[in-house]
Design a protein around this ligand. Structure first.
Ligand code: ADP
Ligand code: MG
Ligand code: MG
Length: 254
């Protein structure tokens, strides 16, 4: 049974069609990498899944955990177990990380008919998560992302992921460079969370992250649709040959 099924999705931003016939099927526990040239629509696809304002699905369908994702509000998607990391590095001054975590965890629990988490249980889990991502405990008291460095924001989001225990994590590395320490930390966080109940979409422009996170499948996105899929070796091929090779290769085949 699939966790996520995306069928022939076309999507636009401000009337401009960016996603043009996207298909993807993800089963529980699978890790899918999405690679592709700059501007291909990788981040756009992540936003479409998260339900971000302004991202319009023109046609196609998306089923998540048996439900019609496109009928769900952003908060409902999160409550159903979808987590998009690294794309909202928003600062929320005046709201501490711990308060934000409690609100996020409780929203998910409420949607699933559970009581709010107790403060002591939350603190226990948050401390353990901080330790795992190597984030000093002082960060729990600081305003969300307030004055955090790029690497600290990533650690913080991973820490959120550890507490929220989503069914599907979408990680968009973005094109901003991560240093090798941050990269390994992200990979360790992801790898520690891999399980038969959790799937990942790892969006990355570069192959290097996939040295640490071994994907089950690699897809190449170009001009809004997947043009090639394979196993982890496809990422290595792309690394040595670049994306231009792929286009030429496809042309040669047709
Ligand atoms: P990738 O993540 O693969 O580099 P993006 O999804 O960020 O690509 O962008 C895909 C295309 O959508 C690009 O041509 C980009 O210029 C365009 N785009 C992204 N955001 C917007 C926006 N807010 N308004 C208009 N066009 C956008
Ligand atoms: Mg880009
Ligand atoms: Mg991007």
């Amino acid at each position: 049974k699939s966790l996520l099924t995306i069928k022939d999705v076309y999507a636009s931003i401000e009337e401009k069609q960016i996603i043009k016939g996207f298909n993807l099927d993800i089963k529980p526990g699978e890790v899918h990498a999405i690679m592709g040239p700059n501007g291909a629509g990788k981040s756009t696809m992540g936003y479409v899944l998260s339900g971000r304002d302004g991202y319009e699905v023109d046609s196609g369908s998306i089923t998540f955990d048996g439900k019609d994702l496109l009928e769900m509000e952003v908060e409902e998607r999160a409550a159903a177990g979808l987590f998009l990391a690294f794309q909202y590095p928003v600062e929320i001054p005046g709201v501490s990380n711990l308060e934000f975590l409690k609100a996020s965890v409780d929203a998910i629990r409420e949607a699933n008919g559970e009581e709010p988490i107790t403060s002591s249980e939350l603190l226990k889990q948050a401390k353990a998560a901080c330790k795992q991502v190597n984030l000093p405990l002082a960060f729990l008291k600081r305003g969300v992302n307030e004055g955090f460095s790029g690497g600290e924001k990533k650690r913080n989001e991973l820490m959120q992921m550890l507490l929220l225990k989503p069914k599907l994590c979408i990680l968009d590395e973005t094109d901003s460079g991560l240093d090798i320490d941050a990269l390994q930390m992200v990979a360790a966080g992801v790898n520690s969370q891999r399980s038969p109940e959790r799937s990942f979409i790892v969006v990355t422009h570069y192959q290097r992250l996939l040295d640490y996170i071994k994907p089950d499948f690699v897809h190449v996105l170009a001009d809004g649709k997947i043009v090639k899929s394979g196993d982890a070796s496809l990422a290595l091929e792309l690394e040595s040959q670049g994306y231009a090779w792929l286009e030429t290769h496809e042309d040669a085949e047709s």
